[in-house]
Ligand binder design. Structure first.
Ligand code: SF4
Ligand code: SF4
Length: 356
């Protein structure tokens, strides 16, 4: 029903070779903040400060890992989220992240296992609103998210002393293996996706921030969400025929097994794209995700082929990579969707999912 086209993956991978991905804002937090003061201290004092600094940095890393763990756990279907935080307009994931970080800035222990285990819908709406008024929040599927967060907080307390760093230690930094990170994470309901979208997204955050050092990085994969699925299907990286082709183009509902099959094939295609691009899995993930939120977005025609760009002023993709955009998608001319209207009609699977 669906298969990977290695030729297309290679062609598109080569398109990415010369693209430079800029470090993502908020990805690497400033864990070194107190160090600038130590050079002015006496050596004894500086040693003591050095120890304090190490402990301080450890604590920041621990907090950041736990923050990310909860953030990703309830990050699915963020289309409804939008608003203004600290004078800037954000939508989707960007809004979610800024709003939650703002809550953590007000209370550094906001995202602790203890408080997350008891979070309510009203509270979640409060932090995810521009002015902290729950009635003004645009968050949807609130009860579903509350359940995910509580389950994460409670399981983390019961099994890992409330600290996701202990999960990493227990797996000894390995993703695969009987009690590897991926298996341990899949025991949390929010992370039980067979295609492990949230696990790989979380791993990208903690790896890129230098908090977790993965010992078997060859097992990392792209976190397949609806944006990446749309690109893979439209581009021809994955080829679909028969009934599934019609179902996807007509945006008809699919069952969970079909969704897993499609996302599994897309993930396999992304492995090839990574290999042929020469980029890391995280860089390819970022490129595809940004492309899906900008050029190949769901609420307008893809910006390629005959369609010229109309959103340069608000494009977040060109601000994330070093790329002199000619007003068309980076894949234009190589992606089948830019050459053949039939391919541009493809859509991601239509399924009510809690995984992505
Ligand atoms: S400015 Fe370029 S990268 Fe951004 S949406 Fe338009 S075509 Fe795509
Ligand atoms: S070339 Fe067009 S169809 Fe292909 S990924 Fe880019 S915007 Fe989408």
């Amino acid at each position: 029903m669906i298969e990977v086209d290695e030729g297309i993956c290679e062609k598109l991978g080569k398109r990415l070779k010369d693209v430079q991905v800029l470090p993502q804002k908020f990805l690497a937090e400033d864990f070194d903040e107190p160090s600038s003061r130590t050079s002015r201290l006496s050596s004894t004092k500086s040693q003591a400060e050095g120890l304090n600094r190490t402990a301080w940095m450890e604590e920041q890393r621990r907090k950041e890992a736990n923050f990310r763990f909860y953030l990703v756990a309830f990050c699915q279907h963020t289309k409804s989220l939008q608003g203004i935080i600290e004078g800037e307009w954000y939508r989707g994931w960007d809004y979610l992240e800024r709003a939650c970080r703002r809550a953590m800035a007000d209370d550094p222990d906001y995202f602790s296992a203890d408080s997350v285990s008891r979070i309510t819908g009203q509270e979640l709406r409060r932090i995810l609103s521009d002015d902290f008024d729950p009635a003004h929040s645009t968050l949807d599927r609130v009860e579903e998210r509350v359940k995910q967060l509580r389950d994460c907080g409670q399981c983390l307390s019961a099994q890992y002393d409330g600290d996701v760093m202990n999960l990493y230690r227990q797996a000894d930094g390995y993703l695969h293996g009987e009690r590897g990170v991926l298996e341990l994470m899949s025991e949390f309901k929010a992370y039980s996706d067979p295609i492990q979208k949230k696990s790989f997204l979380f791993l990208m955050f903690v790896s890129q921030a230098g908090i977790w050092k993965i010992k078997d990085p060859e097992n990392l994969k792209v976190a397949v969400d609806y944006h990446i699925m749309r690109i893979a299907l439209r581009s021809g990286m994955t080829k679909v025929g028969g009934t599934l082709e019609r179902v996807l183009k007509e945006r008809k509902e699919v069952d969970a097994a079909t969704d897993t099959e499609v996302r599994g094939a897309v993930q396999e295609a992304c492995d090839l794209l990574v290999r042929h691009s020469g980029h890391s899995v995280f860089e390819v993930d970022n490129i595809l995700w940004m492309m899906g939120r900008n050029c190949c977005f769901y609420d307008h025609e893809p910006i390629c082929g005959r369609n010229a760009c109309f959103k340069e002023d608000r494009c977040t993709f060109i601000r994330s990579i070093v790329y002199d955009c000619p007003g068309k998608c980076l894949f234009d001319g190589a992606c089948l969707g830019s050459l053949d209207e039939e391919y541009s009609k493809f859509w991601e699977t239509n399924l009510y999912a809690e995984y992505y």
